[in-house]
Design a protein around this ligand. Sequence first.
Ligand code: IMP
Length: 184
Amino acid sequence: MEPAFVTSNRWKFSEAEKILNKYGINIVHANIPLEEKRGESVEEIAEDCAIRAFSLLGKPLFVEDSGLFVPSLNGFPGAYSAWALSKIGNEGMMRLLEGKPRDAEFRCCAAYTEDGIHARAFTGSVRGTISGEPRGSGGFGYDPIFVPEGEEKTFAENPSLKGRLSHRAAALQKLGEFLSGRQR
Ligand code: IMP
């Protein structure tokens, strides 16, 4: 059975598809509107969304929640990453970070359910820094301002970095291992 990835974000879907295909897992896209509950952690939000999505779809599925956490902003934008991006954009993040340490972390949780009662959480993170200005045109969201540790380019300047290093790749590799173990 091909699990559905419930997301309205086509970039997230294509990143997930590439990673899971390496484990022999095919996924289908389900773009159903799901309101996210308020929560502090990506785990809490993803697990809740997965259970609610199952009540609409009734088949094995996963949902992903992710965010950018900046310690010098007390973890902001964190669980409000999508909202903050729509309000202040990457330029606004530049202003907020003027004169502040620019360490940052992306976190992701993929929550999988096949019964709508329990959700299994797979998490991943990547540390890095926020660049001095937005750079690059690939990817989405905060990709133009995030430079993963040990690299010089932003995710948007070199989107192939994401397949190797991203928070989503780390979480989905764990999901891929779990699902491919089930098939054996
Ligand atoms: P959500 O997971 O859809 O609630 O939104 C998380 C938000 O965090 C997205 O809208 C993006 O703005 C940002 N985000 C999550 N993952 C990434 C990524 O891989 N690159 C850039 N921004 C991301």
